[in-house]
Design a protein around this ligand. Structure first.
Ligand code: GLU
Length: 276
């Protein structure tokens, strides 16, 4: 047995903070005896910077973590995302959408009651009748969720994280997530499509990440089934919060690993700070 394969998948949009350190350390701990991979999630070129990527490598090495090379970068994987999107399109499960956020809000008659899912407001389906034959470069591509669920049949996945350990059914995503975006204008993919294609390409057997992404997992399992990809286990870990109970964000420079390093803290102290 080759052992478990996990991955840490940060976006180089700012400094890594204590929350990232906890996530990365959990990824490497879960891979003990197996392989922990690094993946740079840089599809949003306007927000990602090479200097943040360099800082990620540096901070992770400082924590004592190492990974096989080459590192996968999402910005270099457009062809793989295109192939997956074409496959879903060929199955008749996608349509082009031209709605702006304002259009979506306007289409929901009572926005204050408009349900939200993992991607925010649930899309009301305005463009669902449009055909892929009329898709242009300005269009977002969405998944026809009801059709996708019908085709996939019942689905479930195994969670190994302490808060929700056990098997979970994929529920009625047409109501709880709606027609999620598979490809955003200008990006050629969305987070959901890229993460599923990349986890399979990297041979990931356990996806380790923050519990804020638990709700998105059913979407990923559905895409894995539709694309004939293996369904890994999932391990969603707690989030590191500040004294006010707020989740740490990239702009919280005070909690940046670089700041602790500059203050002379050790990797062991970082571990202790995040409760490991
Ligand atoms: N890139 C995502 C983040 O920085 C992680 C995605 C994932 O682990 O699935 O939050």
């Amino acid at each position: 047995m080759a052992g478990r394969v996990t991955r840490f998948a940060p976006s180089p949009t700012g400094p890594l903070h204590l929350g990232h350190a906890f996530s990365a350390l959990t990824v490497w701990d879960r891979a003990a005896g197996g392989t922990a991979l690094l993946r740079i999630e840089d599809i949003d070129r306007s927000r990602c910077r090479p200097e943040w990527e360099a800082q990620i490598f540096d901070d992770l090495h400082w924590l004592g973590l190492d990974w096989p090379l080459p590192v996968m970068r999402q910005s270099e994987r457009a062809d793989a995302y295109r192939a997956a999107l074409d496959r879903l399109a060929g199955m008749g499960l996608t349509y082009p959408c031209r709605c702006s956020r304002a259009d979506i809000r306007a289409a929901l008659s009572a926005p204050q009651e408009g349900a939200t899912g993992p991607d925010g407001l649930i899309y009301p389906g305005t463009c669902r009748g449009r055909s892929m034959a009329e898709a242009g470069p300005e269009d977002t591509i969405r998944l026809d969720m009801a059709a996708a669920l019908r085709l996939a049949g019942p689905l479930r996945f195994r969670e190994t994280g302490p808060a929700r350990e056990g098997w979970h059914e994929v529920g009625p995503l047409d109501r709880t997530a709606g027609d999620v975006v598979l490809s955003r204008r200008g990006f050629g993919t969305s987070y959901h499509l890229a993460v599923v294609v990349d986890d399979a390409a990297q041979g990931v057997t356990e996806v380790v990440r923050g519990e804020d992404l638990f709700e998105a997992t059913a979407i990923h399992v559905l895409l894995q089934r539709l694309l004939d990809l293996p369904v890994p286990d999932f391990h969603h870990h707690r989030l590191i919060r500040d004294e006010a109970g707020k989740r740490l964000a990239k702009r919280d420079d005070a909690r940046a690993l670089a700041t602790y390093r500059a203050e002379g803290r050790s990797p062991a102290e970082i571990r202790a700070m995040v409760g490991l």
